[in-house]
Design a protein around this ligand. Structure first.
Ligand code: GSH
Length: 256
């Protein structure tokens, strides 16, 4: 089983933590999504038409979304995960759905652009460059429809970061995250009992991201959720999964 993923990528972190938590062995194929932009290459387009990481490939299937990889890990974990408990399954699914409804990219880049002024020029220019490159490749692409979708996604990104007041938009996302965090019970060892679950995986990655972008104050210090996150960080699976809790730009440059 090969996991195509990027170190810094939020959804890759979900895939890594899911597979490690379920003790599923995999071969790692790290992708350079920032400088070489391997996700936009023709060879990767054949694996994942969304041109995103992560993707999980084995002999029988190709999974092109972190949520599918998470579900697959839960299936392979079977009774080892709380997802297999019919009394908890729907509650877990609600937390997973709630996490996926958070526009994490807007939160991350919105915060970065507000905090680091040069990024307000660099990021939009980078997005314009990507749009131009994809538009130029449109006629020769093996999958023009997939490429058109990708162009539109990048146009939406550009609009989000350049139109309107970013500070107001970020505040909306903070409220969104706060409301989500309020739905999470943390009364047992893991979120929904004594064993891990899909909800633990996605929430741990989200809290790691809040730490990285300096928004961990959205979690009340000393709260049950804060205590649960400390326990999560001590697990082998978390340590193996390279969950970024601080930004490490040199790893992007060095492709690590
Ligand atoms: N719904 C997808 C989203 C994946 C996604 O947006 N991945 C980002 C990295 S976290 C990516 O590949 N971005 C590169 C790009 O869009 O060109 C999933 O859950 O796997």
């Amino acid at each position: 089983m090969i996991l195509y993923h990027a170190s810094s990528s939020y959804y890759s972190m979900i895939a890594r933590l899911a597979l490690h938590s379920a003790k599923v062995p995999f071969t790692s194929r790290r992708m350079d999504i920032h400088l070489a932009k391997e996700q936009l290459s023709d060879w990767y387009l054949k694996i994942n038409p969304h041109m995103t990481v992560p993707s999980l490939v084995d002999d029988s299937q190709t999974l092109t979304d972190s949520r599918d990889i998470l579900n697959y890990a839960a299936k392979l974990a079977g009774p080892q995960w709380m997802d297999s408990d019919p009394a908890q399954n729907q509650n877990i699914e609600n937390v997973v759905a709630g996490q996926y409804a958070i526009p994490i990219e807007k939160l991350t880049f919105g915060k970065a652009l507000l905090s680091i002024a040069p990024l307000r020029l660099i990021v939009p220019n980078m997005l314009r460059g990507i749009i131009k490159k994809l538009e130029a490749e449109l006629t020769s692409s093996p999958d023009p429809l997939a490429l058109t979708k990708k162009i539109n996604i990048n146009r939406e990104r550009l609009a989000y970061f350049t139109e309107g007041k970013l500070a107001d938009k970020l505040e909306i996302e903070r409220t969104h995250v706060r409301n989500f965090l309020n739905t999470i019970p943390a009364t047992s060892s893991m979120l929904f009992g004594e064993q891990t679950s899909s909800a633990d995986v996605v929430t741990a990655v989200l809290l790691g991201r809040l730490k990285m972008i300096g928004e961990y104050r959205l979690v009340d210090q000393g709260s049950l959720l804060d205590q649960w996150f400390a326990r999560m960080q001590a697990t082998d699976a978390f340590k193996q999964s390279d969950i970024w809790m601080r930004f490490q730009p040199w790893r992007i440059v060095l492709k690590r």
